[in-house]
Design a binder for this molecule. Structure first.
Ligand code: AHM
Ligand code: MG
Length: 325
């Protein structure tokens, strides 16, 4: 069968040149990160950097390296006006002339970095927004429904790139020559599933809806959900969502009594929103519990949000539990 690479796909999907070139820049950044990750322990860059990011979390050297790689690929791209990153306290605004700019990227350059030292899949997550070229900084706080595209790279056994554009999510695999080859033209999440992903060690902090859903699922065939569930938790959101896109399931990082003061655990602009856009495009559902995730209005670039996403029937079950609270 003839192979389709990323540039052919961008043409075939009629992605406008500005966005297509920017998706290409992001894909190139991901390919470079994949390359760096492959030999990081040999280079001695797998450990902590000795610095903390704006969220007060210890940065790994590879968090910093990956952030630099995103900047190196996006700064020279004249269409990009702004970059929001998990690793940067403030948005990076690029000087552009009057006929340039117009796009902003929000990214988590290396998600799941606590899994780096154990050689488990990590990823990059990114969202594409349209911003006015003359004042990009004032227009970064857009709800997820406004994203013009989004995606992630999963650095696992192979490097996967998932892109969503105009309601269709596609997956690519990085080949030996550095090209992304289309390996799934349309991703679809089965509406029913019997697999959930949650950090169960946080049970004592959970709200009633989460507690009930997990307790019911553990009861198996004889419980109210009438089927036997499995639990899978990689601890890298990218890997957990990639599994759900491939075979269904539900991912939960709900608001709990410990994260409530911060608004949740995961970040809205560059973790939750891109994943929610992909999941909805694949026929799944993305929720905060009480409402649709993509409609949440951000109030700051590093805002956090509760996240429940995956197979639509499962997410709906959880939403019904929230309605009963
Ligand atoms: P990070 O962006 O600092 O890597 O944090 C995000 C990660 C997600 O990948 C994962 O789903 C979650 O945090 C795991 O959190 P924890 O295991 O601490 O509950
Ligand atoms: Mg992250």
């Amino acid at each position: 069968m003839a192979r389709t690479n990323l540039s052919e796909w961008l043409l075939h999907r009629q992605v406008p040149p500005k966005l297509a070139e920017t998706m290409t820049s992001v894909a190139a950044a991901c390919a470079e990160i994949a390359e760096v990750l492959r030999t990081a322990p040999i280079e001695g860059i797998s450990g902590v950097a000795g610095t903390t990011n704006v969220q007060g979390e210890d940065q790994k050297q590879l968090d910093v390296v990956s952030n630099d790689i995103f900047i190196e690929h996006l700064r020279p791209n004249r269409h990009v006006s702004a970059l929001v990153s998990e690793e940067l306290e403030e948005p990076l605004l690029f000087e552009r002339s009057a006929d340039e700019g117009g796009l902003a990227i929000a990214c988590d350059p290396l998600d799941g970095s606590s899994n780096l030292d154990v050689n488990v899949t990590v990823g990059s997550i990114f969202s594409f927004l349209e911003v006015p070229a003359d004042d990009p900084g004032a227009h970064l706080l857009q709800p997820g429904t406004e994203q013009i595209a989004a995606g992630y790279a999963a650095y696992g056994n192979s490097t996967s790139l998932v892109l969503v554009y105009q309601g269709q999510a596609s997956a690519f695999t990085l080949d030996a020559s550095g090209d992304f080859v289309l390996t799934a033209a349309t991703l679809t999440i089965p509406s029913e599933s019997a697999e959930y992903a949650i950090n169960a060690a946080r049970e004592r902090f959970w709200d009633e809806a989460t507690r009930t859903y997990v307790a019911d699922s553990v009861k198996g065939e004889d419980g109210p959900l009438g089927k036997r569930y499995n639990m899978r938790w990689v601890g890298s959101m990218v890997a957990d969502i990639h599994r759900i896109l491939m075979r269904g399931g539900v991912f939960l990082y709900p608001l709990d009594s410990e994260t409530v003061a911060k608004g949740g655990r995961l970040r809205l602009l560059y973790e939750a929103n891109p994943m929610a856009l992909i999941v909805e495009a694949a026929g799944g559902r993305a929720s905060t519990g009480p409402g649709r995730l993509l409609e949440a209005a951000p109030s700051s670039i590093h805002q956090r949000i509760p996240v429940i996403l995956g197979s639509s029937a499962e997410v709906e079950r959880i939403e019904r539990l929230y309605q009963q609270l």
